[in-house]
Ligand binder design. Structure first.
Ligand code: MG
Ligand code: FE
Length: 174
């Protein structure tokens, strides 16, 4: 006799995987826009570029998890998330301290991702989907690494921004 809760658990897991997929579409759009605009902060641009690659792989891993549960990737939701992210990035670009605001927003976003994958690991374990729990645990490590990098480099990047900001003729914004 199967546990009547198991259907509900798989349903919940699938829903959260689809939410995470949409979140990653948003992340990719946001970071690509940010990386392409940075001109004077090479280290930041390189780290974001690396995380864009990781994010693409995360989307692919999530797609496989979703399909293994018989679900489909939410295209409309992903599209909406991308659109929102593009608008967000365009809004940021108008700020005169774009790079500083971008670092703060990215740090917030990475921490949202951390919380999302922690919840997914719990839900996957509960549903008995150990393979999916392992995938989400792996992605979680990448999000923690990115959040930590931003935290570790914020002071240096803000100082670099302020140095340029105080220098006549230097472009500090991005
Ligand atoms: Mg991610
Ligand atoms: Fe991330």
């Amino acid at each position: 006799m199967s546990d009547p809760r198991s259907g509900k658990r798989r349903e919940r897991l699938l829903k959260w995987l689809q939410d995470a997929y949409a979140m990653e579409q948003e992340a990719e759009t946001m970071m690509k826009a940010m990386a392409s605009r940075i001109e004077n902060y090479a280290e930041l641009a390189a780290r974001i570029g690396q995380h864009v690659q990781e994010t693409r792989q995360q989307s692919e891993s999530l797609r496989q998890c979703i399909q293994s549960l018989g679900g489909s990737v939410p295209t409309a939701k992903g599209l909406f998330a991308s659109l929102t992210a593009a608008m967000h990035a365009a809004g940021n670009s108008m700020m005169e301290d774009e790079v500083v605001k971008g670092i703060g927003l990215s740090f917030g976003f990475e921490n949202t991702e951390i919380a999302t994958y922690r919840a997914l690991v719990v839900a996957a374990e509960r549903a008995g989907a150990t393979d999916i729990a392992a995938v989400c645990g792996q992605i979680l490590q990448e999000e923690i690494a990115m959040a930590r990098w931003l935290e570790d480099h914020q002071d240096v990047l803000v100082s670099a921004f302020l140095d340029r900001d105080e220098t006549p003729g230097a472009e500090a914004k991005r």
